[in-house]
Write a protein that binds this ligand. Structure first.
Ligand code: ATP
Length: 306
């Protein structure tokens, strides 16, 4: 099914990138048929998804025996709601995502989807119900059409176009030399970060999963692109259970719950208003982002900077 004409070391690089940065897990699993540490239980049934409710129950996890990365983490994402993860680099945000995708198994506690332990169902059925919009999408060296179609290979052209429209990328695609047939990726047309992310959003809309994992881009995009992406993200998250790693707090003001992770522990939780009122870590992160905001062309001379 997969054609192995890509240099083999590319897989190694890709694999390491994913382990480190939660780049594009869906692609990687399919490309590599990766033989990871996790195995399906004998005779494991498929995940039966109702609304896609997610729960972490007293989860502890470490990549190795020497250090726990998540410590007794518990939270719920009710079906169709949005929970955001914030916190400093290295706090464990991506690790939470990887455990839900069952890239690794927990040391203690459990991760469940609609009440089913992710270790008890097939990995294929789990991943079929989770869409990932990574920070940095790696495109296939193939057409734009294929890159979107990958979300659901039996989708019709009309569905592909509709997904692209919903992701605000259709008009842009029409400006490419061969429109949907334009070759992209390393050996084709190079797309901007914002364009790649919108292709990933279109792919996820086409896949139509109950659960969406979103890793917000850290790099600043121009205001227009930002606005388009926010609108597209809002559409991909609507009516889906969403877990988002947020870097710009302005994007999660409406999240149902915000979890502040620090050194693998949830140190604050609540919605935006409650966390501001609490006057803790989240409130000071918010304050800091407000102060840093200033005019984009006035970075070196912002007023009131410390
Ligand atoms: P960032 O915002 O920088 O992406 P994060 O909050 O998502 O950070 P994680 O990527 O979850 O943090 O990493 C948490 C900790 O686990 C870090 O100390 C990191 O070095 C470590 N870690 C991540 N992946 C691995 C791995 N594959 N093997 C060993 N340690 C790892």
């Amino acid at each position: 099914i997969i054609q192995l004409y890509v240099p083999l070391n590319w897989f190694g690089t890709y694999y390491r990138a994913i382990q480190k940065n939660f780049v594009d897990m869906e692609n990687m699993f399919d490309l590599m048929r990766v033989d990871s540490d996790v195995k399906d239980a004998a005779g494991a049934p498929e995940l039966r998804v109702r609304g896609g409710a997610v729960e972490f129950k007293h989860v502890s996890f470490g990549y190795g025996p020497e250090k726990l990365i998540l410590k007794n983490v518990s939270f719920k994402v009710a079906a169709g709601t949005t929970v955001a993860l914030v916190g400093p680099s290295g706090a464990g945000k991506s690790t939470v995502m990887r455990l839900l995708f069952r890239f690794y198994d927990v040391n203690e506690g459990a991760v469940t989807v609609d009440g089913q332990d992710v270790r008890s169902v097939t990995q294929a059925s789990l991943r079929a119900n989770i869409g990932v919009v990574p920070q940095d999408t790696v495109l296939f060296n193939n057409s734009v059409r294929y890159n979107i179609l990958y979300g659901r290979l039996d989708a019709s052209t009309a569905d592909v176009i509709s997904a692209a429209k919903n992701a605000d990328i259709h008009d842009r695609i029409l400006t490419f030399p061969d429109a949907y047939d334009t070759q992209v990726g390393e050996r084709g047309l190079r797309l901007s970060g914002g364009e790649k992310q919108r292709i990933a959003i279109a792919r996820t809309i086409l896949k139509d999963p109950a659960i969406v994992l979103l890793d917000e881009a850290t790099s600043a995009l121009d205001t227009n692109t930002e606005r388009n992406i926010q609108a597209a993200l809002a559409r991909v998250c609507a009516n889906r259970t969403t877990l988002i790693i947020a870097h710009r707090l302005s994007t999660i003001i409406h999240a149902d719950e915000i979890l502040v992770l620090s050194e693998g522990e949830i140190v604050e939780r609540g919605n935006h208003d409650a966390l501001l009122a609490q006057g803790g870590i989240y409130a000071s992160m918010w304050q800091q982002q407000l102060e840093n905001r200033g005019s984009p062309n006035d970075n070196n001379n912002g007023e009131g900077a410390t």
